[in-house]
Design a protein around this ligand. Structure first.
Ligand code: HH2
Length: 261
């Protein structure tokens, strides 16, 4: 999954793809590089980010979604707002990727009625204050229980099991130790049978391990983490740098061929 942030303030590529023309050019480049899916976001969720309205999100997204009509790969929408989901579904997205796990009123219904897939991610609090909520007795059990609770709510609303994937939400209300525990528990989370999506691309945890301060210098470290995540049962990796990720996935898949995955 290639990341396309149509935002002025995302932590690693804020402003680079804010104009529709630059966003469309980046989408075409990711497609040429072999991306399987593009995740479009119009609101930054980095720690401390300020919220934007549904109308602002739609104003940023609509021209890009219109320009990508009929594009050869499925499009995903990174949003939590039901009105944005409904309009983006009308404009052709196939997956809703919600860092709030469809908790806003009306979000579950928007996905159920829109007949699209969903990625349910774990987060606590809001991006503005989430790191203050990074306290757990047992982070793995708590994240797992949250995700299974959201699955239950989705199933009750009529979203089929086959349309759901899960994400522990690396860096969202988690410190380095929490991230590491969740990373090592990926096989346990995958065992529930829902495909796991992981997003560690350029995140602080990669900087903490490599010493790379600038997010754009964290791609090699991100790649290592993502390949390890695939080995631990993840099925979708959410990345900024598409070409190296495509090669890494091909190598991983080729070398594990015949194994159960
Ligand atoms: N991380 C970010 C945004 N959306 N969605 C899922 N499912 N999993 C993630 O880990 C995830 C996500 C944050 O990264 P990015 O989009 O690059 O930055 P920003 O939120 O600043 O736009």
């Amino acid at each position: 999954m290639g990341i396309l942030n149509v935002t002025p303030d995302s932590f690693s590529d804020g402003g680079r793809f804010f104009s529709p023309a630059s966003a469309l050019a980046q989408a075409q480049e990711m497609i040429a590089e072999g991306v399987d899916m593009i995740d479009l976001g119009a609101e930054s969720t980095r720690p401390g980010a300020s919220p934007v309205s549904a109308q602002q999100e739609l104003d940023r997204l609509a021209p890009v979604l219109e320009g990508l009509r009929g594009c050869p790969v499925p499009l995903s929408l990174d949003s939590s707002k039901p009105e944005v989901m409904r309009e983006a579904i009308r404009l052709g997205i196939s997956l809703v990727n919600d860092v709030r796990g469809l908790r806003l009123p009306g979000a579950i219904e928007a996905v159920a009625e829109g007949d699209v897939a969903v990625c349910l991610m774990h987060m606590r609090g809001e991006p503005g204050d989430m790191q203050q909520a990074a306290h757990y007795d047992d982070v793995v059990a708590e994240v797992e229980a949250f995700l299974l609770g959201r699955v239950e709510a989705c199933r009750t609303a009529g979203i089929p099991a086959g349309a759901i994937c899960l994400d522990p939400g690396f860096g969202f209300a988690k410190d380095f130790g929490h991230n590491r525990q969740l990373f090592n528990a990926l096989p346990r989370l995958a065992a529930h049978g829902y495909p796991l999506l992981v997003g560690m691309s350029r995140k602080r945890m990669i900087g903490q391990l490599t010493g790379a301060v600038a997010p754009e210098q964290r791609d090699a470290g991100s790649l290592a983490a993502h390949v390890m995540a695939l080995d631990r049962g993840a099925r979708i990796v959410r990345v900024h740098a598409v070409r190296p990720a495509v090669d890494a996935v091909r190598v991983w898949r080729g070398l594990t061929e015949g194994e159960e995955h």
